[in-house]
Ligand binder design. Structure first.
Ligand code: AHM
Ligand code: MG
Length: 336
């Protein structure tokens, strides 16, 4: 019985990645080890996020230290957990985190060949009201031989070898691509394991939802304004789109991936480069979108072709269903 097989033959994320890796004879399990450390960080954050409300009220055991220092903010705590987990994996050499001004260069004795760029807890303004938040990450590999240098992470997103996110929502969901499609795993809290629940995710070719902070409309450029107007008042006989905006990139992108549609964080007169960060927000999500059959566009070019000059650089981003992104591309092309 197929359902029975599912219940007794669990496809954990580790087993899934090991299976994938076994197709590549040259692989030595390094990626599997790196990933298991990322997964550990996500499980920690998941558990901390679930207890966030309680921690404030009663103070969880072990959370006030002997000096009676104030409890660490969740985003700071998450960052420390990821940095330590990644360094101790022995598989990383450069880490870029949204929380740290400078990149972390791993000491030679603990070095490996991977560079990880990440936002340990994105959407943190949503923590206190219990709305979904997430972790986003992307992985590069350093060039053989040389000393690790910042250039190793200032690479276009298309050079990433893997990307993903973990969403701390009504359930904890881990979405991963290592360049051969996108797969989703759900944490079984009783097992403490991520189980494959969304194999080979493909985004619908066209969607019925647009997702944008419309409060910024007064400062938008022409193409963005025209596009959103068209979502609400289509003149070509197509149906209107629904608006959904959570304000947590992971949650908004996760819905877009599963239901289709478009997510926009455009440039505006106040922020000419938009808000979202190229390395650890725009690139990983663009990578996943393309791997799922969608597109990601900056208003000027394919997002994954962008070459960042600084680690915390920002870019406008339009990503989602293939046909929906095609429309916004046409509006920007007409502008030129
Ligand atoms: P953060 O890194 O400070 O949490 O900001 C990133 C978040 C994204 O999750 C989300 O897409 C965006 O900010 C929402 O911004 P806004 O409130 O301007 O709509
Ligand atoms: Mg962020």
């Amino acid at each position: 019985h197929a359902a029975d097989a599912h219940r007794t033959d669990l496809m954990t994320i580790t087993r899934f990645v090991l299976n994938e890796q076994s197709k590549y004879p040259e692989s030595r399990g390094d990626f599997t080890i790196l990933l298991s450390h990322i997964v550990l960080g996500c499980k920690f954050v998941c558990s901390a996020v679930n207890k966030a409300g309680l921690a404030k009220l009663i103070g969880l055991a072990g959370e006030t230290n002997v000096q009676g220092e104030e409890q660490k903010k969740l985003d700071v705590l998450s960052n420390e957990v990821f940095i330590k987990a990644l360094v101790s994996s022995g598989r990383t050499c450069i880490l870029v985190s949204e929380e740290d001004e400078e990149a972390t260069f791993v000491e030679p004795s603990k070095r490996g060949k991977y560079c990880v760029v990440f936002d340990p807890l994105d959407g943190s303004s949503n923590i206190d009201c219990g709305v979904s938040i997430g972790t986003i990450f992307g992985i590069y590999m350093i060039k053989d031989g040389g000393e690790p240098a910042l250039e190793d992470v200032l690479q276009p997103g298309k050079n990433m070898i893997a990307a993903g996110y973990c969403m701390y929502g009504s359930s904890c969901t881990f979405v991963l691509s290592a360049g051969r499609g996108v797969n989703g795993f759900t944490l079984d809290p009783s097992l403490g394991e991520f189980i494959l629940t969304h194999p080979d995710i493909k985004i619908p070719k066209k969607g019925k939802i647009y997702s944008v902070n419309e409060g910024n409309a007064k400062n938008w450029d022409g193409p963005t304004a025209k596009y959103v107007e068209k979502c609400k008042f289509p003149k070509d006989g197509s149906s209107v789109k629904s608006l959904r905006y959570i304000g947590s990139m992971v949650a908004d992108v996760h819905r877009t991936l599963l239901y289709g549609g478009i997510f926009l964080y455009p440039a505006d007169k106040k922020s000419p480069n938009g808000k979202l960060r190229v390395l650890y927000e725009v690139f990983p999500m663009s990578y996943l979108m393309e791997q799922a059959g969608g597109q990601a566009f900056t208003g000027k070019q394919r997002a994954l072709d962008l070459v960042p000059e600084k680690i915390h650089e920002r870019s406008p981003i339009f990503l989602g269903s293939y046909d929906d992104v095609e429309e916004i591309k046409a509006l920007y092309a007409a502008e030129e």
